[in-house]
Design a protein around this ligand. Structure first.
Ligand SMILES: CC(C)(COP(=O)(O)OP(=O)(O)OC[C@H]1O[C@@H](n2cnc3c(N)ncnc32)[C@H](O)[C@@H]1OP(=O)(O)O)[C@@H](O)C(=O)NCCC(=O)NCCS
Length: 272
């Protein structure tokens, strides 16, 4: 006993990071021990520390839950419990305080993403009341066998998405790939478009530094192949994370053109 659940607005972010680093030691994917990288991700995704929770034991932080608000829901961007406190129900304890608080503040739902192999975390989230809503696939590898069809016109633009782009989206993007994130990170992103006559046939939101696709939509295989060819990505190593498994054109395209589905996540949701 002796646990205290609190919100994190007065907590030094480096203290949170230390618990994060301990919790994610021996994780499912290589954990980069770079505080700036993780803290920058949290802040740029809009973490609100007054809506985030922690557990203290003997005045020391031993667990945390980071939330970013968006419209009517809050996104969980990280959950971590120090390894010497695993299995003591601390995640449940934080949710017991968080859920009524968030409800009282008018939020309708809370969401998270969890690696499908992370059974311990899935168990903890299900105990708190979350349900799996969809599967998101992550891809990486060398793009092969791209061909370019001459009827398309190709253009690179600043990353401003309009209703025309949204018209091609059939499955909503996950939190860190959606329109709000694209707008927030626009300084480091590009929009690549492919048109036939005036009609938009494919587009990609591209991060040239990280060589990853943040968004990509296309009418069919031919349009996607031409788009990526004109982006000069033939035989380049690229990645795209969190592609809804129902997004058949894109998933099939990656499978046929050299990429591997190296990781999958469940999106989970709890109605407050
Ligand atoms: C996932 C995590 C946050 C769960 O926190 P927690 O407060 O320890 O969770 P719980 O105490 O509710 O335990 C959850 C399940 O983990 C399993 N578990 C508990 N202790 C364990 C231990 N020491 N070793 C292995 N499994 C354990 C149990 O199956 C338990 O379910 P049960 O209560 O039905 O038996 C924590 O394990 C953690 O920080 N993991 C590393 C980081 C991570 O994966 N974060 C989530 C990313 S989405």
């Amino acid at each position: 006993m002796g646990f205290e659940v609190l919100t994190l607005e007065k907590m030094n972010v480096k203290t949170i990071y230390k618990v994060f680093e301990d919790a994610f030691t021996d994780y499912f994917v290589t954990f980069e021990k770079k505080p700036e990288m993780h803290i920058e991700r949290w802040l740029s995704a809009g973490v609100d520390f007054a809506l985030s929770y922690g557990v203290k034991k003997d005045q020391e932080l031993v667990a945390f839950l980071l939330h970013a608000p968006r419209e009517d829901f809050v996104m969980n961007l990280a959950t971590g419990v120090r390894r010497d406190h695993h299995g003591q129900g601390l995640t449940g304890m934080m949710y017991q305080k968080a859920l009524p608080d968030l409800r009282a503040r008018g939020f309708l739902r809370t969401k998270l993403e969890v690696i499908t192999l992370n059974e311990r975390a899935i168990r903890a989230y299900e105990k708190a009341g979350f349900q799996k809503t969809r599967i998101l696939r992550s891809w990486k590898g060398d793009l092969t066998d791209l061909t370019s069809s001459p009827e398309f016109r190709y253009k690179v633009l600043p990353p401003v998405l309009t209703a025309e782009h949204q018209g091609l989206i059939q499955h909503p993007y996950a939190f860190e790939q959606d329109q709000v994130t694209v707008t927030r990170r626009s300084g480091m992103l590009e929009l690549h478009e492919l048109r036939s006559e005036e009609k938009l046939c494919a587009y990609a939101i591209w991060n040239p530094l990280q060589m990853n696709l943040v968004q990509m939509e296309g009418e069919d295989e031919k349009a996607l192949s031409t788009l990526l060819f004109r982006m000069q990505l033939q035989n380049e190593h690229v990645g795209m994370i969190n592609v809804d498994e129902k997004k058949k054109v894109v998933n099939d395209f990656f499978e046929r053109h050299g990429l591997k589905n190296f990781l999958s996540q469940y999106e989970m949701e709890l109605v407050l």
